[in-house]
Design a protein around this ligand. Structure first.
Ligand code: KG4
Ligand code: ZN
Length: 334
């Protein structure tokens, strides 16, 4: 589409800005927030303050890298939700003010749809309809994607998200936040069948990961009472076994959903798509089931503004603009 668009993402702890022109991504800038590491999780109040500090430099860098002047922009897009209210407010107020000052339309984007539509930033792109498993620090959703504007949740987590399950169990093992990528790395040299933990695949297509966290907690309490060095001596096997449990849970529901819907294009989205166990498990399952698998580049899996821009382009095409009265919605539904 022949428009120039600025997109802004600020739903959690990453501040992002991206520029598209003629449907092509010209720049995608993300500033993470190291401030949360010392607390072992995202602190909402600190996230809002950091967005406030990062947003202008990030937007300026995105425009500069794209070689675009503010006055070249035809529209401004921003994540409306779901996410942390304070974080969303910073991005929303910035985007609204920017759009208002430029006299250009505003597009309000659903963060979870954006994760899915990240598949359309670069080739290879799935064709509609397809099945998408979105797995991030905040969400676990199994979605039938009929079009860019028509999606249906088949199943989702009833408690912790998959990324949260990785991060929380990693924390129990003493790994620094965010533990998911570290647990993944350690798992690569461990035995995934050494320890057994409860899977979280519920009847139907929903997930539950809180039982895994509790089970790991009590297991470690018991073992370390007998041997204080238990975690240290078994770290790789513990990581591999936890990862195996989470991955098997995800793949079990994905397989059920693909069989029930007859969809053979299967897509992964969200930060946990980086997990090596999930990628390998999915490739094996895809061969057995005859699926075509789609996983975006990592920079488009974790929170970023390019996916927000891509979703906004579909909305622009459909004439789905936001009013200046639009406000962020922390619990925005898909
Ligand atoms: O999509 P994302 O950047 O943020 C949210 O919207 O939540 O996902 C971040 C999540 C974190 O929980 C992080 O630990 C997890 O993705 N993650 C991983 C890996 N890389 C990132 N989890 C397991 N293995 C990985 N390699
Ligand atoms: Zn996200």
């Amino acid at each position: 589409m022949s428009i120039t668009l600025l997109a802004i993402e600020s739903s959690c702890d990453d501040t992002g800005a991206a520029v598209f022109r003629n449907g092509q991504l010209l720049s995608n800038v993300v500033a993470g927030q190291a401030v949360h590491e010392q607390y072992g999780g995202v602190v909402p109040e600190l996230a809002s303050r950091a967005h406030q500090q990062h947003l202008l430099p990030v937007v300026t860098a995105a425009l500069r890298r794209a070689g675009i002047e503010k006055t070249d922009l035809d529209a401004v897009a921003v994540t409306q939700g779901p996410g942390l209210l304070g974080s969303l407010l910073v991005g929303n107020l910035f985007a609204k003010s920017f759009a208002l000052a430029l006299g250009k339309p505003l597009l309000a984007v659903n963060h979870m749809r954006a994760h899915i539509l990240a598949h359309f930033i670069r080739e290879p792109k799935p064709a509609f309809p397809f099945l998408c498993l979105t797995v991030s620090g905040g969400h676990t959703q199994l979605v039938v994607v009929r079009s860019a504007l028509d999606m249906e949740i088949l199943g989702q987590t009833i408690d912790d998200a998959a990324g949260e399950a990785f991060d929380k169990t990693a924390k129990l093992l003493g790994l620094p936040y965010p533990g998911g990528p570290r647990l993944d790395k350690l798992a690569q040299t461990g035995n995934p069948r050494r320890f057994t933990f409860p899977e979280g695949a519920l009847d139907g297509y929903n997930f539950s990961f809180s039982g895994l966290k509790t089970s790991v907690l009590y297991f470690l309490k018991k073992e370390t009472a007998a041997n204080p060095k238990f975690v240290e001596e078994n770290l790789a096997d513990l990581c591999a076994s936890i990862q195996h449990t989470i991955v098997q849970t995800l793949l079990k529901q994905l397989k059920k959903a693909a069989q029930a819907t007859g969809l053979r294009q299967v897509a992964l989205a969200g930060g946990v798509a980086a997990n090596s166990g999930l990628r390998q498990g999915l490739q094996v399952l895809a061969q057995q089931e005859g699926w075509e698998v789609f996983i975006p580049d990592f920079e488009f899996c974790t929170d970023n503004a390019a996916m927000v821009g891509q979703a906004a382009l579909f909305q622009y095409e459909a004439g789905d603009f936001a009013s200046q009265l639009t406000s962020p919605d922390p619990r925005l539904k898909l």
